[in-house]
Design a protein around this ligand. Structure first.
Ligand code: ATP
Ligand code: MG
Length: 259
């Protein structure tokens, strides 16, 4: 990717960089290192968002942050995902990427669990100057609820729309969105979603933000207001992150219409 070629928003799923089936705070260091290396080849015009995995979902579930206001539980969850962000940012810097951690708690206000406003001037400035902002799923202040859980899957389309990004990739632990026989669905649009949605559910592990269905709904929602095509692919497979960043169409595409 060369400068001036447009912005890419890439999510690295918590299902890849942590062990979501294990205890709280189980990082997959080798995966973080590998992905950081793959990203380092294509780090121009890039914004990264990572999921919370075992550094956020179990905590948010334990303190019931989707249903009630719990200041202590919100802080414990926020501090935990911040730890994961520190790890990811540190591996990216070791790989030569000028990565800077950005915590949504510090720059987002939500209303009823949807982003109402987000301070973006620093993010735009960073991209223009060759830094790579690294955001993450977080707990944020919420005008109606006190705090709410903000999924990385909601941050990605929001940023892509506001920053007029050209490409979106959501790297997770499955090959893409799978159908009833485990085959990767090539493309999801508002036209075929009704036939496909029977195959899509939440997560096999603890996930307080809707698992695969949450992702697909966020990306379909974006397709109503933009022409951007998003790709859901397996970031756990070596070479896929660099493949996506080098321009490959990979996994399941989600877009406005079949073309
Ligand atoms: N049709 C489907 N195709 C693929 N995965 C599916 C499907 N339906 C449900 N899933 C589940 O969704 C999971 C991916 O969502 P999940 O939220 O667990 O990962 P993630 O978003 O990468 O993690 P995080 O939320 O921590 O960032 C898969 O591992 C699988 O268990
Ligand atoms: Mg998830």
């Amino acid at each position: 990717m060369k400068k001036g070629q447009g912005i890419t928003v890439l999510k690295i799923g918590g299902s890849v960089i942590t062990d979501k089936g294990k205890n709280e705070g189980a990082a997959r260091y080798e995966e973080i290192e590998r992905i950081a290396r793959e990203i380092s080849e294509f780090d121009t015009g890039l914004v990264i968002v990572h999921g919370a995995g075992s550094f956020g979902h179990p905590q948010a579930k334990r303190y019931e942050l989707n249903g009630k206001f719990d200041p202590r539980g919100s802080i414990i969850t926020h501090l935990s995902v911040k730890d994961l962000n520190k790890l990811v940012v540190s591996y990216l810097n070791d790989a030569g990427v000028n990565a800077i951690g950005i915590h949504p708690m510090n720059c987002v206000v939500s209303d009823d669990a949807r982003i109402k406003s987000m301070f973006l001037a620093h993010i735009q400035e960073m991209i223009d100057r060759g830094f790579v902002p690294v955001l993450h799923g977080d707990v944020v202040m919420d005008e109606r609820l006190g705090t709410s859980v903000l999924s990385g899957d909601q941050i990605v389309p929001y940023l892509a729309f506001k920053l007029k990004a050209e490409r979106i990739g959501i790297g997770s632990a499955a090959e893409g969105v799978l159908d009833g026989s485990g085959k990767t669905i090539g493309r999801i649009t508002p036209d075929n979603f009704d036939q496909i949605k029977q195959f899509i559910s939440g997560s096999a592990n603890t996930d307080v933000t809707g698992g695969m269905l949450g992702k697909v709904l966020e990306l379909l929602n974006l397709s109503e207001s933009s022409n951007i095509t998003s790709y859901i692919f397996n970031a756990g497979q070596a070479g896929n992150v660099s493949g996506f960043l080098s321009g490959e169409d990979i996994g399941t595409a989600i877009s406005k219409a079949e073309y």
